[in-house]
Design a protein around this ligand. Structure first.
Ligand code: C5P
Length: 224
C-alpha cells in the first residue's frame, strides 16, 4: 500500500560480507550480518523499485521481492554488479573484504610440526569506486556506506570524495555500540551539501528513511 515513487526504477544493492578463501575449508571474513542491506532492499521494493540484491554469505534473511544474486568473493561481487547494470541508483552496503589471499590453495593446508603457513594478501577491487567513476552508464545516484570507529563525519566526508560517490551513509561501529550485527543503527548521511546526523533507530527505519530520500533524489531532474 501507499505511493510507489520508485515504480519503473531499477536499484542495485550490495550487501553482506564477502568470504575470501584460504583453502577449500577456510576463509577470511568479517562480522557483517547483511541486516541493513536486507532492510534497505525491502524498503526499496516497498516503494515500487525493481531491486537487484547482490549479496555475500549473509546471516540476515534475504529481502522479499528482490532479485537475489548470491556471491562469495569480492571478485564475484564485482562481476555480478557489472552484470546487473544499468541501474537508476546503486547502494553499496556490502562489507567487502579489503584483501584476498593472493593464491588460495586448492588443497587443505596441512599442519606441519611447527612450520607456520604464510598467507600473502592481495588488494580486492573497490566495487563502489569502480561504479562511481564509470565514464558511461553510471547510475544517477551512487551511495556508499562507511563503517567508522572514530571521527565519523570527517572520515566519511573524505571517503565520499575518494570514492567519487554521491552519498555516504556513515555509521559508528565502535565496540559497545552494538551496531554491527545488531538491530539498530545510528547514521550520518553525507551528501554534496553537508552532513546530517540521524537519531539512533531500527535498521528498518534507517532503510525506509533512506529509500524515501533516494526516491526524492531520483524524482529531481538534477539528481542529488
Ligand atoms: O573503503 P571502505 O571499505 O571503508 O568503503 C566502504 C564502502 O565501499 C562501502 O559502501 C562498501 O560497500 C564499498 N566497498 C566496495 N568494494 C570494496 C571495498 C568497499 O564496494 N572492495
Amino acid at each position: 500500500p501507499g505511493a510507489k515513487p520508485l515504480a519503473g526504477r531499477h536499484v542495485l544493492v550490495t550487501s553482506g560480507p564477502t568470504h575470501e578463501p584460504i583453502d577449500p575449508v577456510r576463509y577470511i571474513a568479517n562480522r557483517s550480518s547483511g541486516a541493513q542491506g536486507t532492510a534497505l532492499a525491502e524498503a526499496l521494493v516497498d516503494l515500487g523499485a525493481r531491486v537487484t540484491f547482490v549479496t555475500g554469505p549473509a546471516s540476515a534473511p534475504m529481502p522479499k521481492g528482490a532479485h537475489v544474486v548470491p556471491v562469495e568473493t569480492a571478485a564475484e561481487m564485482r562481476d555480478a554488479v557489472a552484470a546487473a547494470l544499468p541501474a537508476d541508483a546503486a547502494i553499496f552496503a556490502a562489507a567487502v573484504a579489503d584483501w584476498r589471499v593472493e593464491s588460495g590453495s586448492d588443497r587443505k593446508i596441512k599442519k606441519q610440526d611447527g612450520a607456520l603457513p604464510e598467507l600473502r594478501l592481495a588488494e580486492n577491487p573497490d566495487i563502489l569506486a569502480g561504479v562511481a567513476r564509470m565514464a558511461e552508464g553510471r547510475p544517477r545516484l551512487v551511495v556508499g556506506f562507511a563503517a567508522e570507529t572514530h571521527d565519523v563525519t570527517a572520515n566519511a566526508t573524505a571517503k565520499r570524495a575518494r570514492k567519487g560517490c554521491d552519498w555516504i551513509v556513515a555509521n559508528d561501529v565502535s565496540p559497545g555500540t552494538g551496531i554491527m550485527g545488531g538491530s539498530e543503527n545510528a547514521v550520518t548521511l553525507i551528501t554534496a551539501t553537508g552532513s546530517e546526523d540521524w537519531p539512533r533507530m531500527g535498521k528498518a527505519d534507517v532503510a525506509r528513511r533512506l529509500a524515501q530520500r533516494l526516491a526524492e533524489a531520483l524524482a529531481n531532474e538534477d539528481g542529488t
